[in-house]
Ligand binder design. Sequence first.
Ligand SMILES: C[S@@+](CC[C@H](N)C(=O)[O-])C[C@H]1O[C@@H](n2cnc3c(N)ncnc32)[C@H](O)[C@@H]1O
Length: 222
Amino acid sequence: MGYRTVADIFSQISGTYDFFLKVATAGRIHSWQRELVSLMNPGGNWLDVGTGTGEVLLKLGENYEGLRVGVDPSLEMLRIADQKCGSCFFVQGIGEALPFRNGSFSNVSLSLVFRHLEDKMAFLSEANRLLAENGRLGLIDIGRFRGTFLLLLLMKTLLRPLGVLLFGRDRWSFFIHSVEESYSIEEIENMLRLRGFRIQEVRKRFLGVVYIVVAVRTASGT
Ligand SMILES: C[S@@+](CC[C@H](N)C(=O)[O-])C[C@H]1O[C@@H](n2cnc3c(N)ncnc32)[C@H](O)[C@@H]1O
């Protein structure tokens, strides 16, 4: 599935996205995002890739010392983000080819985006290129773990009526597929190391369904 198809899906659900995410995570998404922010560098330009409705950038607050920049291929998601955060900068684009100069950011974040990326290694190369020395890359996402089959079962049964009601049958199938395609933490750590990152912090949340990983750029990652 190409990034245009993925972006189209998110454009179509942009109006209900925040509500669904809150329900699906029992409101926990906000505390995970705040936790991620607390583990990153305390200032400097911040890039949020796959920013969606801009929630990570919002959590940095108005007084954040540095530019707050969000990238997403979906214009509809960016429109909502722009309404929520007037002092943030939003750019339409994809994580695999980012239009910024080398070393321009202290922090790069992805919240619930990594498993949707078409080319994960290309993104990690870009994150490495854009980060200054000791810059941090922070990820929140659904990982593959022993209970993944249970989560999939829930999505295919209990959560299905709400998912189909809010998003439609095809788009709900897309979310199920994206969970089936998720990576284990070990796989993610290996990918990060291969692209010049040192693992700083790994936390599991939501009974191990969700991971928060923070890595530090230590070497060039080409
Ligand atoms: C599940 S949403 C996450 C939004 C937001 N980060 C959050 O935590 O609520 C995934 C977002 O990733 C974006 N996306 C999909 N493919 C992408 C890509 N290749 N590069 C960057 N963003 C992408 C989608 O358009 C969508 O807004």
